[in-house]
Design a protein around this ligand. Structure first.
Ligand code: GCW
Length: 683
């Protein structure tokens, strides 16, 4: 039998090393049912068909429909199996895993491996009894901003920090999709069920995937199907013109609608379980319905009609704003744009449209409030969009474990009572279900994600999309237990302690040395790396901090500013409106304050800026020392290449963090003339 990772001898197995599956493979198992995902279950378990009868096996794995009776799998009664999820029954002598369907059964198998690994690491045996697990979000999707060709400015993957694309090389879909298969396997193990395979900025060459490229799209879909994952294509709203030879892409023109309908027919002929279209319209230069005087609902609904006969979905992005602003004009506020465009359209989108909303009103900054759009459209299916790729959070050169941030967003009671996860997941109220999407951080790098520790972000995304009540620390434990499943227990305990020290506080640390108190950006406009305190200050992109000699921040109040705070429902509009109740970490997002303003922490804004930049960099001493303490495990429990890559990145991180610290501190000293009371050097 071919080992699963045959193509990938030099590729790191991430959270599915053989050792993670070994405990399950060691048990005499029986697998029932048919289909690509069940074939995959059999190959994961290495069960070649000569196994025991189900009633005698130690491990039984089956989609519930394949089980004729409880006694056929050695049980007295069958458990309830939740939609999209699985049930695990443990008795004294057997484990029975039942999935809602083939994909859910495969995900359940990986869940079982995870429970084994975590139980081993923490020294806990699984108790007899029945447990069930169901996805909180129906849509759990990763978006790839991959181009087929290498873009002169953006590289092959827009905002990618882990090498080239695993899907495409030299302008073509790769002949060998081995890496895609390994990736699909990793994703299935986290619960992800959909993938967008090309950049939302659809360039001319990639636009053709929708037509000429369908044979290759079908090959990619075949790979993902075996792991229970559907694929989506990013499409250009201008396709009827660019690809179809029509003179217009006007969504209300019957010829346009019919072009899309016949195009969708051809897509589904090639890929019967195709997910649908992901679309960035009227944003950052992409074509859209505005050119024809039509609304975004007109545009989305026309595409939805084309997909409807096939059960497909339109994922329409809400990232729409004016990127040709004038910094002199204080009335235009980019933060307001998405709500201004979309909130009035609530209730007008077809039911196979999901509006995909970035988590914050700006653009994936290390700290933003939630987007008020998420609370403003109860009659629209919504998906929150997160960013796993670390565009603004250290570009996979800095350690920045993002699960604490995502969990905060997903659990935030944005409409005053319900968590964002419930709003988008459609639970507990009348709002229809959407889900969670995120931009992937994966490339053809041997560690998948450039920084090996950034794998944990990819893992955590899937897990929190499945269940946002998991703690970030627990999710990290799962990732550690699986990734280092081959380590002896004592070594594993040390690795675990070190990784928590390195990663638990890494988001806060990154925030600590970069742009302060929610003000955002301070990066180079091209690369989005930093520091560049005034990088965007006089740009057209609408991302300003307005620092002068007296103070800093953006007045987004209703009383005296842009009015953005008023887009939130109570209590948040009041909370953010008042400088007295606005949380410190968002102060400069909502208010322009003097440097002498005293934070709720008791420090002045300027002293906070000075202290936290320095303290965050000082915190890296502990991080580096912790990693160093594993030196004797390198070449054993910690692969040498893994260690080398982590060390290389830690060095880069320190150098960059020092630069951030020194530039930000000096900048504000020069602007304000206020001395750093701590006496630390200001250059
Ligand atoms: O964060 C910004 C990025 C763009 C990206 C855009 C988007 C794909 O800088 O590179 O374009 O967001 O989300 O569409």
């Amino acid at each position: 039998m071919t080992p699963d990772n045959a193509v990938a001898v030099t590729v790191h197995p991430a959270w599915l090393p053989d050792a993670a599956l070994a405990p399950l493979r060691a048990q005499p198992s029986a697998v029932l049912g048919a289909g690509p995902c069940l074939d995959r279950v059999r190959s994961e378990l290495r069960s070649g068909g000569r196994g025991p009868a189900p009633a005698e096996a130690r491990l039984v794995v089956a989609p519930v429909e394949a089980v004729a009776s409880p006694s056929s799998v050695g049980l007295d009664a069958l458990p309830e199996v939740p939609a999209g999820g699985h049930a695990i029954v443990r008795t004294a002598d057997r484990t029975v895993l039942l999935g809602a369907d083939g994909p859910a059964t495969l995900r359940g198998l990986y869940a079982l491996a995870r429970e084994e690994a975590v139980g081993r690491m923490l020294g806990r045996d699984a108790a007899p009894g029945t447990t069930t697990s169901a996805p909180e979000q129906p849509l759990r999707m990763l978006d790839h901003w991959d181009n087929m060709t290498v873009h002169p400015v953006m590289g092959q993957i827009e905002r990618g920090y882990a090498g080239g694309s695993i899907f495409y090389a030299d302008g073509e879909v790769r002949a060998d999709l081995g890496r895609v298969r390994d990736y699909a396997r990793l994703l299935a193990a986290t619960g992800v069920e959909a993938v967008g395979i090309n950049n939302v900025n659809v360039h001319a060459h990639e636009a053709r995937l929708l037509t000429d490229g369908l044979g290759d799209v079908a090959r990619i879909a075949d790979v993902f199907r075996a792991f229970g994952i559907r694929i989506f294509l990013s499409v250009s709203f201008g396709s009827p013109r660019v690809l179809g030879g029509l003179e217009t892409a006007d969504p209300l023109d019957p010829a346009v609608a019919s072009w899309w309908a016949s195009t969708a027919d051809r897509v589904y002929a090639a890929v019967p379980d195709f997910g649908g279209f992901l679309i960035k319209a009227d944003s950052e230069g992409q074509p859209g319905p505005f050119a024809y005087g039509r609304s975004h609902a007109d545009g989305a609904n026309m595409l939805a009609a084309a997909l409807r006969p096939h059960g497909g979905t339109v994922l329409w992005r809400a990232f729409v704003y004016d990127h040709h602003q004038d910094w002199r004009d204080r009335t235009t506020d980019r933060a307001r744009a998405s709500y201004d465009h979309f909130a009035p359209l609530d209730g007008t989108f077809a039911d196979n449209v999901v509006l995909q909303v970035k988590h914050g009103p700006m653009d994936f900054q290390v700290r933003e409030p939630l987007s008020p759009v998420l609370a403003a459209m109860p009659r629209t299916r919504l998906a929150i969009e997160l960013q796993v790729t670390q565009e603004y959070t250290g570009q996979q050169r800095h350690v920045c474990y993002l699960a604490p941030a995502w969990r905060e967003y997903l659990r935030f009671p944005l409409d005053g009572s319900r968590a964002v996860a419930s709003i988008v997941g459609g639970s507990g109220a009348s709002s229809p279900a959407g889900g969670v999407a995120a931009v992937s951080n994966v490339g053809d790098d041997a560690f998948w994600t450039g920084h090996p520790l950034a794998q944990a972000n990819l893992y955590a995304f899937g897990r929190l999309a499945w269940d946002s009540t998991l703690t970030a620390e627990h999710v990290l434990d799962e990732w550690i237990a699986l990734t280092f499943a081959g380590a002896g227990l004592d070594d594993l305990a040390r690795i675990r302690a070190v990784l928590h020290e390195v990663m638990d506080g890494s988001w806060a640390r990154y925030e600590g040395y970069t742009a302060p108190l929610g003000v955002g950006f301070m990066v180079d406009p091209g690369t989005h790396g930093g520091p560049s305190v005034d990088g965007y200050e006089y740009s057209r992109w609408g991302t300003y901090h307005f620092a002068d000699r007296d103070g800093i921040g953006v007045d987004r109040t209703v009383a005296t500013g842009t009015g953005f705070a008023g887009q939130f429902p109570s209590p948040w509009r009041e909370t953010y409106e008042s400088v007295d109740t606005c949380p410190d970490e968002l102060l400069l997002f909502f208010h322009h304050v003097p440097y002498s303003h005293v934070l709720r922490s008791g420090k002045t804004v300027i002293q906070h800026i000075y202290d936290s930049r320095a303290e965050a960099v000082e915190g890296l001493d502990g991080v580096e020392a912790a990693w160093d303490s594993l030196a004797d495990l390198v070449g054993g429990a910690v692969p040498a290449a893994f260690d080398a890559r982590v060390r290389e990145r830690l060095e880069v991180q320190r150098a960059s963090a020092v630069e951030w610290r020194d530039q930000v501190r000096s900048y504000f000293w020069r602007k304000s003339g206020v001395k750093d009371a701590s006496g630390r050097v200001v250059y």
